[in-house]
Ligand binder design. Structure first.
Ligand code: NAD
Length: 246
């Protein structure tokens, strides 16, 4: 299989970092499947990919639902062939101080941000093993190493994702499948838009490069880790945070 025809699956590609990753992989000549949580979101991705001259499709996927994952992978395999590049990007926040955190806030973040990585990675492994090539990149966060007030659930899920990646990297290395994480700092997307102004100001003071990152700067790191050039990097977390944590 030539590098150009590789099929890349990007979860949560309707906006923000996921959308930028879909564009970057498209620029690299991948067939890109971007997922959204609704049919209308999937159609928007379809149109967006087309407008940017990227072959692929937008599909509807809920990463907390195994049936939805199985259905989407079946459609992808039939239409394009099994993905050999997977970017686990879908994620949510449900912030609260631990003293006030409801079990549902803990569970939904664990399910969407961590268990999803188990589900989708496992479902894609068969195709990668068959191709004797694979790239799995999961989008972690600087919070996994630094911690953050109100984010015990999110930090635990992201740190879990990084441990998962290292363990899986060892399991599948003999098949030329690499498994890595990219840990963004604070990136200008809908997720950070929700932060109060005062918190935003405080954040900038902690970032040596004195600005939020752009989604395309995370996409560039993912583009590298999914490329042939990164074939000797596995079990690694690439930090992209403006120097916030070094
Ligand atoms: P965003 O909220 O703009 O996008 C999140 C995406 O995940 C959306 O497309 C959404 O539809 C999708 N999603 C949510 N729940 C889903 C589900 N159950 N099934 C399928 N898809 C689902 O956020 P973003 O800022 O673009 O974040 C993308 C990733 O980067 C997330 O994993 C996030 O934790 C991580 N991250 C973001 C920042 C940041 O500063 N923005 C920093 C570190 C890490």
């Amino acid at each position: 299989m030539t590098q150009e025809r590789r099929v890349a699956l990007v979860t949560g590609a309707s906006r923000g970092i996921g959308r930028a990753i879909a564009h970057e992989l498209g620029r690299q000549g991948r067939i890109v499947i971007g997922t959204a949580t609704s049919e209308s979101g999937a159609q928007k991705i379809d149109a967006d990919l087309q407008q940017n001259g990227i072959e692929g499709a937008g599909l509807c996927l809920n990463v907390t639902d195994q049936t939805s994952i199985d259905d989407v992978l079946k459609v992808i395999a039939e239409r394009f062939g099994a993905p050999t590049i997977l970017v686990n990007n879908a994620g949510i926040t449900r912030d609260n101080l631990l003293m006030r955190m409801k079990e549902d806030e803990w569970d939904s973040v664990m399910d969407t941000n961590l268990k999803s990585v188990y589900r989708v990675s496992k479902a894609c492994l068969r195709g990668m093993t068959k191709a004797r090539f694979g790239r799995i990149v999961s989008i972690s966060s600087v919070v996994a190493t630094m911690g953050n007030l109100g984010q015990t659930n999110y930090a635990a899920a992201k740190a879990g994702m990084e441990g998962f990646s290292r363990a899986l990297a060892r399991e599948v290395a003999s098949r030329a499948i690499t498994v890595n994480a990219v840990a963004p700092g604070f990136i200008a997307t809908d997720m950070t838009e929700a932060l109060p102004e005062a918190q935003h100001e405080m954040l900038l003071k902690q970032i040596p490069l004195a600005r939020l990152g752009g989604p395309e700067e995370i996409a560039a790191a993912v583009g590298f880790l999914t490329s042939d050039a990164a074939g000797y990097i596995t079990g690694e977390t690439l930090h992209v945070n403006g120097g916030m944590n070094m």
